[in-house]
Design a protein around this ligand. Structure first.
Ligand code: UN1
Length: 498
């Protein structure tokens, strides 16, 4: 890893790569091999405070740079990411475990976001609208909020970081970023690319460390006006409470319990492919991963058989090998959690069709591998049908009708993504209206969001905000209404209207 400056990564604060005083660090472990790749520092409140100060200072100037010029940096960043795509993808597979094809997809998602948000530099549209008074002009503009805090997860360490930091930067904010300690290399690489592309010092600051110290200090920092977080529901709720007390804007994306509906008229080959890709891709470690399948009873046996055959063909192993389809689980505690849910499912009376165990033989011994798992005869009240597992575990829930499938889809606490396989156009349109998730797919699995559309969900998935798409700008800007009276006299709104 010669391109990484030291054995322990450094924070990026005010344009400088800073070692932390205490020297405290933890290893970053490749989940496919259990080898230590690098160390990540555990910063303290002091580093957060330094980063906030640097960001505050930089933001004042950055906000005055015309947005199309701010965007120029994002174009350069996108271009650099494109040139370095293969190298970044390899590193991503090493630190996160996802298979190389998916790592390339994730880096591409970041590249797409760079060009898309760079385009916003020449849009950032507000509204112009007539005033109710003569000789008066009315418009709204987006103003940056100031310093923003972003807290990103290990499962999409570069894509999600771009969803949050790119709109923040193009809109004229400065960023303090705490990446997940499991996957700091993507943060190091992205910050380095920004530095190389000429981002003024202090506009992007990276502080490595734990949620309980670094995350907490960011929430408490008065000068951070927005927190954008992706992670667990439990942590998100705590953040929301703390931000609420401080009247701090907070945008949360907290996972899902996503379902595919397979109707009796579905193209079953397509449904099997869609389920396989969205459930076992990324080893089920996506917020959008398919975790439930509501299958019409008429095609239940057929779907079970086809899925089992398809699962048996999945190759599981080190994602750097191009032939591998399913990589490892991020760490040991992730594995234990998944195993725990399999035990719960069995105890609840669900029927295990395949998988259900930690793979500990042969080449799998070195990494954290979980066998792709399929349960059937699951009922909607079982815990495995309600709680987020974040692993390669699917529950088939037999249903008798379309309406029942939609009801079950909507019965969980989360509302991120859902999908339906059917050829009936009436069901397609009814489903897109009635499924209560932030993302709906027709004749595709539950994953595959594109960056120019809003990403997020309802109920326990979020708090009404969205990542990516134009909606992301709402998180990182304040609306400002501007009235210009050119009548030369005092005109009172609502009163001098005749
Ligand atoms: C996530 O799992 O948090 O739609 C992000 C998808 C990807 C992004 C997933 N484009 O699955």
């Amino acid at each position: 890893m010669s391109h990484i400056q030291t054995e322990t990564l450094r924070n990026f604060i005010g344009g400088k790569w800073e070692e932390i005083k205490s020297g405290a660090a933890v290893p970053v472990v490749n989940p496919a091999t259990s080898e230590t790749i690098v160390h990540v520092p555990l910063s303290t409140r002091k580093e957060v405070s330094d980063a906030v100060k640097a960001a505050k200072k930089a933001q004042r100037k950055w906000a005055l740079v015309p947005a199309p010029q701010r965007a120029e940096i994002l174009y350069k960043v996108g271009q650099r990411m494109k040139e370095e795509k293969e190298r970044l993808s390899q590193l991503l597979t090493m630190e996160n475990g996802k298979v190389i094809e998916e790592a390339r997809g994730e880096v591409q998602e970041g590249i797409d976001m760079a060009f898309y948000m760079a385009g916003e530099g020449r849009r950032l549209f507000g509204q112009t609208t007539p005033s109710e008074l003569k000789d008066k002009f009315a418009m709204s503009v987006r103003a940056p909020v100031g310093v923003v805090g972003i807290i990103t997860p290990w499962n999409f360490p570069i894509a999600i970081a771009t969803w949050k930091s790119f709109p923040a930067i193009v809109a004229g904010n400065a960023v303090v970023w705490k990446p997940a300690t499991e996957t700091p290399i993507m943060a190091f690489e992205l910050a380095r690319i920004f530095e190389d592309c000429g981002l003024p010092e202090g506009v992007l600051n990276v502080v490595f460390g734990s949620g309980s110290t670094v995350g907490e200090a960011m929430i408490e920092a008065e000068d951070i006006r927005v927190i954008s977080f992706t992670g667990s529901n439990q942590v998100g709720r705590t953040i929301a409470g703390k931000c609420g007390e401080r009247l701090k804007k907070v945008s949360l994306e907290m996972g899902g319990k996503n379902a595919v509906i397979v109707m009796d008229d579905a193209d079953l080959d397509l449904a099997v492919e869609g389920i396989l890709w969205s459930a076992y891709g990324t080893s089920g470690q996506r917020c959008t991963a398919c975790s439930r399948v509501m299958v019409h009873e008429k095609v239940k046996n057929e779907l079970e058989e086809r899925l089992q055959k398809a699962i048996a063909r999945l190759s599981i192993g080190n994602g750097l090998d191009e032939s591998i389809k399913v990589g490892p689980i991020i760490n040991r505690s992730g594995l234990e959690k998944i195993k725990g849910y399999v035990d719960v499912g069995k105890a609840e009376g669900a029927k295990l069709l395949t998988g259900g165990y930690i793979m500990e033989n042969g080449s799998h011994k070195k990494g954290n591998y979980f066998a792709p798992t399929l349960f059937t005869d699951v009922t909607k009240d079982m815990r495995i049908a309600k709680e987020e597992i974040f692993g390669p575990v699917v529950s088939l829930i037999p249903v008798q009708s379309f309406e029942e499938a939609v009801d079950i889809n909507n019965s969980v606490e989360y509302g991120l993504s859902s999908s339906i396989f059917t050829k009936d156009v009436n069901k397609v349109f009814t489903a897109q209206r009635d499924l209560d998730t932030g993302i709906v797919y027709v004749n595709a699995g539950t994953t595959g969001a594109e960056i120019h559309l809003p990403f997020g969900g309802t109920k326990g998935t979020g708090n009404g905000h969205r990542d990516s798409g134009v909606a992301a700008l709402d998180v990182f800007t304040e609306w400002k209404a501007v009235y210009v009276d050119f009548s030369g006299k005092l005109q009172r709104a609502q009163i001098d209207v005749d």
